[in-house]
Write a protein that binds this ligand. Sequence first.
Ligand SMILES: NC(=O)c1ccc[n+]([C@@H]2O[C@H](COP(=O)([O-])OP(=O)(O)OC[C@H]3O[C@@H](n4cnc5c(N)ncnc54)[C@H](O)[C@@H]3O)[C@@H](O)[C@H]2O)c1
Length: 251
Amino acid sequence: MDLNFAGRIVAITGAATGFGRATARAFARRGAQVHAADLDAAGLAETANLPGIAGTVLDLTDHGAVAEWIAGVERQAGAIGVLVNNAGGVLGREFHPIEEADYQDWRAILAVNLDAAFLTIRAAAPAMKRAGTGRIVNISSGAGLRASRTGIQAYTSAKHAVIGLTRQMAQELGPHGITVNAVAPGLFPVSAGTWKQWNGYGPEKQRQVIQGLALRRLGKAEDIAKAVLFFASDLADYVTGQVLPVNGGSF
Ligand SMILES: NC(=O)c1ccc[n+]([C@@H]2O[C@H](COP(=O)([O-])OP(=O)(O)OC[C@H]3O[C@@H](n4cnc5c(N)ncnc54)[C@H](O)[C@@H]3O)[C@@H](O)[C@H]2O)c1
């Protein structure tokens, strides 16, 4: 079975690489009009090198720019049907013991992983409510459900908070026909930062990680796209406030 998103308006953040790129392309291939945003102009241009994807270079920590991006999509295309909050990650930061952790690094990670989702949802919700329908999918992490292998306090805290935001928004927006769900990926080496993390493990730890997965293999960015497509599709009409781990069966 395949899913059809013909004519659906999809807005997705962090689409220059990894999950965001795979998800933008998966929607576009199924007929959606995809509006993709990212800080990385070159990566975004590569993502948008497919009919049906329009890219906007944008810093999600710029509150006005986020509001303007959503308003611009709505002016051009109408209410957003599917909003995917994917931008995030550890932003190149590394683990430091808590007494050495830098507050600006803490704020930066929260700003992209958590605050940006708050800003896009706040901007997109009014038109979704007027339309009486909408799908919001937030990309959390296994680090939203338990501690992170990275050890980075801000990342774990932000990804847990994304799940809280998901559950709260599902309750608030459900009466308006809007569902809000989250995907919690395991470790996928799909972008520069996650390749660095994976390569840093070395062969023995890599082998242990794979042995810890029921499916005994790493996932692909398209595996996350499929989970997002499910939440955005009619198959998930009656699913809201939920978190779907997509991790090859890690324990
Ligand atoms: N890859 C993994 O192993 C993994 C696991 C769990 C969760 N995640 C989450 O999945 C999402 C995507 O991660 P990924 O690994 O595909 O790639 P990534 O973390 O490299 O990509 C995130 C994207 O967000 C963009 N971005 C960062 N700051 C931004 C800002 N201020 N404004 C606009 N865009 C900005 C980056 O340019 C990048 O294209 C992230 O939220 C990440 O935390 C990833």
